[in-house]
Design a protein around this ligand. Structure first.
Ligand SMILES: O=P(O)(O)OC[C@H]1O[C@H](OP(=O)(O)OP(=O)(O)O)[C@H](O)[C@@H]1O
Ligand SMILES: Nc1ncnc2[nH]cnc12
Length: 182
């Protein structure tokens, strides 16, 4: 199936002033309700990464789980869950972060990765990059490295993808929105 960015974009719903005034929330639920669009998104990532050299896939709580688990299944890679604070039951590493509309802690099981591992990270969207930068700290604390950070959507005006690249983390996104796109 040929990737059709326009049809993907039309299935991402802008919701003004959610979860707080001034934020235009990019809602991916219509995209996930379209089997054809979801397949197009998954196939694009699979095509990009099927021959790539990495050991693990990481997925960010919660929307990153949706796409990360599909790709881990298809590429037959171990899946590491990066969760919001207090959800993982065993020993965790923890890092604080800020996003477009909040601050929180991200956690991962401390024994998830070893020195020399390389992880392909998935999320639905890159905004300020805060969440992925926190994940990168956790990955590095285990002696591993990020192969690439992949997401469906980039919001380039919030500078996250640039900050990630400046931190030595390559990024890949399927589409982008300006903050005032409707
Ligand atoms: O680039 P950033 O500024 O870090 O923002 C992007 C993050 O924000 C959203 O998650 P959210 O915290 O809303 O959690 P959710 O997936 O549980 O809805 C989104 O799914 C990314 O994880
Ligand atoms: N504008 C936005 N829409 C959806 N998820 C987000 N995460 C951070 N900013 C967001």
């Amino acid at each position: 199936m040929i990737f059709d960015e326009f049809s993907i974009k039309t299935l991402i719903r802008p919701v003004p002033d959610f979860p707080k005034p001034g934020v235009v929330f990019r809602d991916i639920t219509p995209l996930f309700q379209s089997p054809r669009a979801l397949r197009m998104v998954a196939d694009s990532f699979i095509q990009r990464y099927v021959e790539a050299d990495f050991s693990h896939i990481g997925a960010l709580d919660a929307r990153g789980f949706l796409i990360g688990s599909i790709i881990a299944y298809e590429l037959n890679k171990p899946l590491i869950l990066f969760r919001k604070q207090g959800k993982l039951p065993a020993d965790v590493l923890s890092a604080s972060y800020c996003t477009e509309y909040g601050e929180a802690y991200l956690e991962v099981h401390a024994d998830s990765l070893c020195e020399g591992d390389s992880i392909l990270m998935f999320d639905d969207l890159i905004a300020t990059g805060g969440t992925l930068l926190a994940a990168a700290q956790l990955v590095r604390r285990m002696g591993a490295r990020i192969h690439e950070a992949a997401a469906i959507i980039d919001l380039p005006e919030l500078d996250g993808s640039r900050k990630l690249q400046d931190a030595g983390i390559p990024t890949f996104t399927l589409t982008a929105f300006a903050l005032d796109d409707r």
